[in-house]
Design a protein around this ligand. Structure first.
Ligand code: SF4
Ligand code: SF4
Ligand code: SF4
Length: 228
């Protein structure tokens, strides 16, 4: 019965948790991580902890809880350097390229989106202007404008500094599993207002079609036969 209990604990689906920077994806991380805690020891901010019984991650694996202590995005990434197994990818040499998760905003509880001026998350975001921007939305027919914090997943590292700093009772911005929230637009859509999708630019890539001469066209020429 004890064995079944252990299996039940280890096989149960677990909530997603942010891993340290450079963590290999999913099961590859679990297979490579030696549960040695070297990354935890190396972190100067005590961001990381090894999961214990009852925590939301498999026992002994490192994770963090952004609302408690986010990742402060150390430029020298000591946690990755300390990892002896490559479970934290040693190729990660720029912390801005880390993808620990992605932030999402709950518009119903975001003070700025409700019309107040807050924007604390924008001031705290280490990648502000790239990962997090403020978009102006006119409010109906009034003269007020709403300033909406907007996450750009291609630059968001998932550090959680926004989640930590949000002043609402429960954070209106949180770091979540990118696989749970990000879609994919599909290659057949063209956003022609973007330089990359502008038909003028696309046309340059297509080799110009050569119009065949009447001689090359061949089969049409009999229509002109005997015409003076
Ligand atoms: S980058 Fe720095 S703050 Fe973030 S987990 Fe690694 S050591 Fe800790
Ligand atoms: S800190 Fe929170 S409430 Fe303030 S703008 Fe950001 S998400 Fe909205
Ligand atoms: S998690 Fe928040 S603070 Fe960190 S990069 Fe993304 S938007 Fe900025």
């Amino acid at each position: 019965a004890g064995g079944a209990g252990v299996a039940a604990i280890s096989d149960a689906p677990r909530p997603w948790v942010p891993r340290p920077p450079g963590a290999l994806p999913g099961k590859a991380f679990l297979a490579a991580c030696a549960r040695c805690g070297q990354c935890v020891k190396a972190c100067p901010y005590d961001t990381l902890r090894l999961a214990a019984i009852g925590d939301p991650a498999p026992i002994g694996t490192p994770y963090f809880t952004p609302r408690d202590i986010p990742c402060y995005m150390c430029a020298d990434i000591p946690c990755v350097k300390a990892c002896p197994t490559g479970a934290l990818d040693p190729e990660l040499d720029d912390i801005a390229k880390a993808r620990m998760g992605v932030a999402v905003v709950d518009p119903a509880s975001c003070l700025s989106t409700q019309g107040l001026r807050c924007e604390v998350c924008l001031r705290e975001c280490p990648e502000t202007g790239k990962a997090l921007t403020l978009e102006m939305h006119p409010r109906g027919l009034s003269r007020h404008t709403i300033f909406v914090p907007t996450v750009h997943p291609d630059a968001c590292t998932g550090c959680g500094l926004c989640e930590k700093s949000c002043p609402t009772d429960k954070p209106a911005i949180r770091v979540v599993d990118p696989d749970a929230v990000l879609g994919a637009i599909g290659k057949h859509y063209r956003l022609s207002w973007l330089p990359s999708d502008d038909p003028k630019n696309l046309r340059e890539e297509v080799p110009e079609e050569k119009t065949p001469s009447s001689e090359e066209a061949g089969g049409l020429d009999y229509l002109n036969e005997n015409i003076l």
